[in-house]
Design a protein around this ligand. Structure first.
Ligand SMILES: *Cc1c(COP(=O)(O)O)cnc(C)c1O
Length: 367
């Protein structure tokens, strides 16, 4: 007999481990250098700020339900059909629509060992079972994913470039993955960091070629609008028609849409951010490797610094905090020996390298 004495949540919900975001405050207070959430060190486009402020005069008005101007701006800049774009409250909301639409109790949702923490949360939230597939040296393993597919698999979530590893699959690998998936299994290509990469393929071409692929992008990273919560997805029409039914008509406010549209059209700002990120990311990795801290080549706006072991990663994290720098401990991503460091501006990068260098020197002296 079921318990009728108190409200009972739907299956899966109590399996959710609450998402822990990158910390922003130091225990002792004081101004911290925050390199823990992959935020844009240059802020956002001034045009986006101006558009946001201008939207303040119409706060009594409901927003448009169709997101028309924003979808046209995205379509113009990315060369996409605006009718196949869906916008959400962060790309997280678009990912949530996909989970709600295509998975439920008894279904399996594939994620990978170091995959983004939202994917299992979204699977549990719809009562589905997340299935975690091993990676090979912090790289998504296409063959391992294909081996894990069963008749219950409904969705495969992957980020490319991946967070927190920063590694990237090639277009050839992705095509092999999609070709091996059953047609009723949706591949979600989460491109939150695509603008920082130089991929050998175009994610929209995958969408055009395959009816079961959804690509997502966000305004939170290169556009520097994480605080405003805007993202979008692109897929073939049948999928978009399904997702649109789940979207609340007023999910995005006027201010969100106006700022996002201006940010999308400011290609000079995004090009500047991408170029600075690439330059400083290379410098960060070289510096780390030179001081004996392992670091894979990153295709995103962060690097994953691998200390010799978990104990020293924790000690380095403490040393950085003592220096007023917050990075991301990624033990919950099965990477206890690593720290994820957002590529800051040049001063921020120099500061974090100086602090890690001092830590490593102390380690050498102690041993
Ligand atoms: C930051 C990030 C996102 C973006 O999420 P928003 O909801 O758009 O802020 C999506 N996927 C991955 C892997 C990320 O790291």
């Amino acid at each position: 007999m079921s318990d009728r004495t108190q409200p009972q949540p739907q299956p899966g919900i109590m399996e959710i481990a609450l998402y822990v975001s990158g910390e922003s405050k130091l225990a002792g207070g004081g101004e911290a250098l925050k390199l823990s959430a992959n935020e844009n060190p240059y802020g956002c486009s001034p045009a986006a700020t101006a558009a946001f402020q201008a939207a303040a005069k119409d706060l009594n008005r409901y927003p448009a339900t169709d997101h028309g101007p924003l979808r046209r701006a995205i379509g113009d800049i990315h060369g996409l059909d605006p009718d196949r774009i869906i916008c959400g409250v962060g790309s997280d909301e678009v990912l949530q629509f996909v989970a709600q639409a295509y998975a439920g109790p008894g279904d399996e949702v594939i994620t990978t060992r170091h995959g983004f923490a939202m994917y299992p949360i979204l699977a549990h939230a719809v009562g589905a079972t997340p299935v975690t597939v091993d990676e090979a040296d912090r790289r998504i393993d296409v063959d391992a994913i294909l081996r894990a597919v069963t008749e219950r698999t409904r969705i495969v979530f992957l980020a490319n470039p991946a967070n927190p590893t920063g590694t990237m699959l090639s277009g050839e690998d992705l095509r092999r993955l999609i070709a091996g998936l059953p047609g009723d299994c949706v591949l979600v290509h989460d491109g939150a960091y695509m603008e920082f990469a130089q991929p050998d393929y175009r994610d929209a071409d995958l969408v055009d070629a395959y009816p079961n692929v959804v690509m997502t992008r966000t305004f939170s990273k290169i556009h520097g609008l994480g605080g405003l919560r805007i993202g979008w997805g692109y897929a073939q029409r049948p999928i978009i028609d399904v997702l649109a039914r789940l979207r609340q008509p007023f999910n995005l406010s006027n201010a969100q849409m106006a700022a996002a549209e201006a940010a999308m059209r400011d290609t000079e700002f995004t090009a500047h951010c991408a170029a600075e990120n690439a330059r400083l990311r290379r410098w960060l990795r070289n510096q780390l490797v030179q001081m004996g801290v392992a670091c894979d080549e990153s295709h995103a706006n962060f690097v994953l610094a691998r200390l010799p072991d978990a104990e020293r990663a924790r000690a380095c994290d403490v040393a950085l905090r003592d220096a007023g720098i917050i990075v991301r401990n990624v033990a919950s991503y099965h990477l206890p020996e690593a720290l994820r460091i957002t590529v800051g501006d040049e001063a921020g990068c120099r500061r974090v390298i100086a602090a890690i260098s001092e830590f490593m020197a102390g380690e050498r002296a102690a041993r």
